[in-house]
Design a protein around this ligand. Structure first.
Ligand SMILES: [Zn+2]
Length: 113
C-alpha cells in the first residue's frame, strides 16, 4: 500500500526531529496532502496510529490539510483546477501547463508539550 510507506516516511522524519530536539511527547502533527497525490487521508490516519505506538508520537493527533489542485496554462495563462481524468486547460483546450498546487506531501507543523 502506497500510504503505508508515506506514513513511515513522515513518522521517521518526525522522530528524527524529536530526538534531535529532545522532545518527549508530541501532541499533534499537521501535514499537507495535495489532491493530485492520490493519497487517501483515512489510510494515513490508520497507519499513523499503528506506527506511533511506543514512540514520542504515541497518542498524538494527525491533522491532514487537503490541498486543492491548481494549474497554470503555459499557452493562455489561465489558472484552473486540473481534473485527474481530463487534464486540459478549459480556456484554450491545450495540455501544456504547470501544476501549482495539489502535489504537496509535506509536514507543516508539529505540536509538542
Ligand atoms: Zn490555456
Amino acid at each position: 500500500m502506497h500510504e503505508l510507506s508515506i506514513v513511515e516516511n513522515i513518522v521517521n522524519t518526525t522522530l528524527q526531529f524529536t530526538a534531535e530536539h529532545k522532545i518527549e511527547k508530541v501532541s499533534f502533527l499537521t501535514i499537507q496532502v495535495g489532491a493530485l497525490t492520490g493519497v487517501e487521508p483515512p489510510y494515513l490516519k490508520l497507519y499513523y496510529g499503528d506506527l506511533c505506538e511506543g514512540t514520542a508520537l504515541e497518542g498524538s493527533e494527525l491533522q491532514i490539510e487537503e490541498i486543492s489542485p491548481e494549474a497554470f496554462c503555459r499557452v493562455c495563462g489561465e489558472v484552473f483546477n486540473p481534473d485527474e481524468h481530463e487534464r486540459i486547460c478549459p480556456g484554450c483546450g491545450m495540455n501544456d501547463y504547470e501544476i501549482l498546487h495539489g502535489e504537496e506531501l509535506t509536514i507543516k507543523e508539529l505540536g509538542f508539550e
